[in-house]
Design a protein around this ligand. Structure first.
Ligand code: ADE
Ligand code: ZN
Length: 326
């Protein structure tokens, strides 16, 4: 339709994307074969059939299992190139992508292997698509503070290539305050700060992300809407929320796309953006997320243009580059 073409043609930034969440079943099989790694699926159809989740943890279990096929620098490069090609086709001109080093270092894959492979992919995206890319190193919140500190330490030689740190994985029972000291150290090292909060966790976790971690950007943030004072504060401070509609549906953060709060967020004055989170697992890349939200909530071209503009305003690009995109 006209709106589909408008969405695909809208220049946009993707701000909430886990590169391990872009591993399509076809590439999973190819890498399993290339590396001689066994996977518990016989066919691509079997893999897709397993992607039925009733909560975040159901997804995480299968997402970490999928990552087992990623072993070499070339694997991380190929994974990243496949994502950037899809993103470019969706109108993404700037991407700030997250990676989970602990998922790999725990299996004996060196931090350097992960980082250099992703950097190879980024060089390819810059050269072939003219895309700009930034990297966000995420700490797995189900692991302890010492493990996060060891990861920040491993990143030390690579800090000029890393823009921010983030916080992801199992939210309930792992509040932001668990990582207060490692976030303070990351800030002292010159990194920007983001955190997943208010996806499954309560508004209190969003308060902690703001007050204890001092985040620059909020990943998801859906449950902030349960707290009117928090909502008003996020709006007043111009905090960017990286919202992921298809993820929210697949992980049962919303029961139905028709109930998605994306338009309510805009009405409340929140700087909401639309992103794809883990597109290989949730059924669509960023343009699919714009389309699904637009269809379910009746978003018009002005709403969609505002969401895309918010994605640049909420990015970590320098002011001149943001202005050039807005
Ligand atoms: N890791 C990858 N995707 C995630 C999500 N949506 N929430 C928490 N951790 C994640
Ligand atoms: Zn996420």
């Amino acid at each position: 339709s006209d709106l589909d073409a408008f969405i695909a043609g809208l220049p946009k930034a993707e701000l909430h994307l886990h590169i391990e969440g872009t591993l399509e079943p076809e590439l999973m099989f190819a890498l399993a074969q290339r590396n001689g790694v066994a996977i518990p699926f016989a066919t691509v159809e079997e893999v897709r059939a397993a992607y039925s989740f009733s909560r975040l943890q159901d997804f995480l279990d299968i997402y970490y299992q999928g990552a087992n096929v990623l072993l070499t620098r070339a694997d991380f490069r190929d994974l990243a190139i496949a994502y950037f090609d899809r993103a470019a086709a969706d109108g993404v001109v700037h991407a700030e992508i997250m990676f989970d080093p602990q998922t790999h270092t725990a299996r004996g894959v060196a931090f350097e292997t992960v980082l250099t492979g992703l950097m190879d992919g980024i060089a390819d995206a810059e050269a072939r698509h003219g895309m700009s890319v930034k990297l966000i190193l995420c700490f797995l919140r189900h692991l302890d503070e010492a493990d996060a500190f060891a990861t920040l330490e491993a990143a030390g030689p690579w800090l000029e290539h890393i823009t921010a740190v983030g916080l992801d994985s199992s939210e309930l029972g792992h509040p932001p305050e668990k990582f207060a000291r490692v976030f303070a150290a990351a800030r002292a090292a010159g990194l920007r700060l983001v955190a997943h909060a208010g996806e499954e966790g309560p508004p209190e976790y969003v308060h902690q992300a703001l007050d204890v971690l001092g985040i620059d950007r909020l990943d998801h943030g859906n449950r902030s809407l349960e707290d009117p004072v928090l909502t008003a504060r996020l709006a007043r401070m111009g905090m960017t929320l990286t919202v992921c509609p298809l993820s929210n549906l697949k992980l049962c953060v919303v029961d139905d796309m028709a109930d998605h709060p994306i338009d309510r967020m805009l009405r409340e004055g929140l700087r909401a953006t639309i992103n794809s989170d883990d597109p290989a697992y949730f059924g669509g890349y960023v343009a699919d997320n714009y389309r699904a939200a637009a269809a379910a909530r009746g978003l018009d071209r002005d709403d969609l243009a505002l969401l895309a503009r918010n994605s640049f305003l909420g990015s970590f690009l320098p002011d001149e580059a943001v202005a050039a995109h807005c």
